[in-house]
Design a protein around this ligand. Structure first.
Ligand code: ZN
Length: 262
């Protein structure tokens, strides 16, 4: 079949991830700009843990997978086949063998970078390594790290960890947290005197009116972002009355209609 001659990028150009969902038996519900449902791969995390962002052609699972990708990796993971086989499957089922089926204007790969206001905040650490192998081993690309200003810390108090900048709601840099890159505990270290229950990680990046996904690990925010999900934040410590108060303020200020806690 001519279909097998198509390159991965040709397929992604001509088929929308939304068209692929029914081919693998997926029915998802629309929430604003996302489609959500039970993860067909791990089936964990609840009925909104699996998020497809059609405008970006990407999916992400907040459940056990904690990973995502494009339509090819979606089909490959659901059908447990190779990416090449997934491509052939999509091409055959959508009948793309030559004729262009139309529009499919693809949105830019990632959201607009958020300039930091920077006033009176901490100075960003210059020495973080966005493409360090320990960070790649966590499943985070260098571009994602750069977007968040994160990177492997070869020195300093976050030494040997993924240092991730934390901002207040105004976007001012207030601290760095050090996320474990291996099995070490604790998962997060924070500077002495910094109260993790006073900040919600990445809250300043939320758009007005977004539903939000709240996780308990800032790494999950980076990985979700990499896979098209931008309305996601994380707690940085135990959930306390103060944390919930901050969350309530956030919901009020950003006009958040609903939240999902993962
Ligand atoms: Zn999953």
């Amino acid at each position: 079949m001519a279909a097998t001659q198509l390159s991965f990028s040709e397929i992604k150009e001509r088929v929308n991830i939304e068209q692929v969902l029914p081919l693998v038996g997926l029915t998802l519900k629309r929430y604003q700009s996302q489609l959500r449902g039970v993860c067909p791969i791990c089936k964990e995390g609840g009925d909104r843990a699996f998020v497809v962002t059609p405008a970006k052609g990407l999916y992400y699972c907040f459940g056990k997978c904690s990973t995502g990708g494009d339509m090819l990796s979606l089909v490959a993971n659901v059908k447990q086949c190779s990416v090449r086989e997934a491509a052939e499957f999509i091409a055959a089922r959508t009948g793309i063998t030559g004729k262009r089926s139309g529009d499919n204007s693809t949105a830019p790969g990632d959201g607009s970078p958020q300039p930091l206001s920077g006033k009176e905040g901490l100075k960003p650490l210059e020495y973080l390594q966005a493409s360090h192998e320990a960070v790649q081993a966590l499943g985070v690309r260098a571009e994602t790290c750069e977007h968040f200003g994160a990177g492997f810390a070869p020195k300093g108090i976050m030494r040997g960890r993924l240092a991730i900048p934390i901002h207040d709601m105004a976007g001012t840099l207030v601290a760095y947290c050090g996320r474990a890159v291996k099995e070490e505990t604790p998962l997060l270290i924070l500077p002495n005197g910094f109260r993790p229950d006073t900040v919600i990680f990445s809250a300043h990046r939320l758009e007005q009116g977004d539903t939000i996904c709240v996780t308990r690990d800032p790494l999950q925010v980076l990985k979700a972002y990499e896979n098209g999900v931008t309305n996601v934040v994380s707690f940085l410590g135990d959930i306390t009355a103060d944390t919930l108060h901050i969350l309530a303020l956030l919901m009020d200020e950003k006009d958040v209609p609903s939240i999902d806690l993962f």
